[in-house]
Design a binder for this molecule. Structure first.
Ligand SMILES: Cc1cc2nc3c(=O)[nH]c(=O)nc-3n(C[C@H](O)[C@H](O)[C@H](O)COP(=O)(O)O)c2cc1C
Length: 177
């Protein structure tokens, strides 16, 4: 059975991005999901001096290993002030020092959501441009606006037009695995 690494790029215990990413992974047929909690990978804030002084924390290697041992990545980007959450960016920075192409060419379903109508589209677009340089093979992408209005844990996406668009991306991702 294929293995997916699934993450909401947030350290919130109530993360809507984690809920959304988990739901999406549950819609991919015949896969096993490994949900990563970013709190487990918390490290000191990246600095060149820390790296030169003490090396790279073990958690960075563990995060990289999770990606490498997977067959695909489902990640939903939370947006803080138009960018990555600090929790995600710190992990991203440390892991990129171990291996620049950290996403390891795994098929990626890139997602985002927020309670607002823009659906965290700024960080979504940022990741779309940046992640491929770091080894991401983005085979599908979808940003869900107004999470609380458009998503139900039982029914998934409640807006039919958005759901159609999502299903097409889901098909592309499933095909790419
Ligand atoms: C410090 C901070 C900054 C935020 N900035 C943005 C933003 O720039 N754009 C946005 O759509 N939502 C923003 N939000 C609202 C988040 O989208 C909302 O908290 C969302 O639930 C975060 O995702 P998560 O639940 O997966 O952590 C911000 C929230 C916080 C706490």
């Amino acid at each position: 059975m294929k293995k997916l690494v699934v993450s909401g790029a947030s350290n919130s215990r109530q993360s809507i991005n984690r809920k959304w990413a988990q739901y999406v992974a549950s819609q991919v047929p015949g896969v096993q999901s490994n949900v990563l909690d970013l709190n487990y990978f918390e490290m000191p804030i990246y600095s060149v001096d820390r790296e030169n002084g003490g090396g790279i924390p073990d958690q960075a290697g563990k995060f990289l290993q999770e990606i490498k041992s997977s067959d695909g990545v489902v990640i939903s980007m939370a947006e803080h002030n138009g960018s990555y959450t600090a929790a995600f960016k710190n992990i991203f920075d440390w892991v990129s020092r171990l291996e620049y192409r950290l996403w390891s060419d795994k098929p990626m379903f890139l997602l985002s959501t927020s309670p607002g109508a823009r659906g965290a589209s700024t960080v979504f677009e940022l990741a779309k441009v940046t992640f491929p340089r770091l080894g991401a093979n983005i085979t599908a992408s979808f940003s869900l606006p107004s999470f609380n209005e458009n998503f139900s844990p039982d029914k998934g996406i409640t807006d039919p037009v958005l759901n159609q668009q999502f299903l097409e991306q889901l098909r592309l991702f499933t095909q790419s695995l």
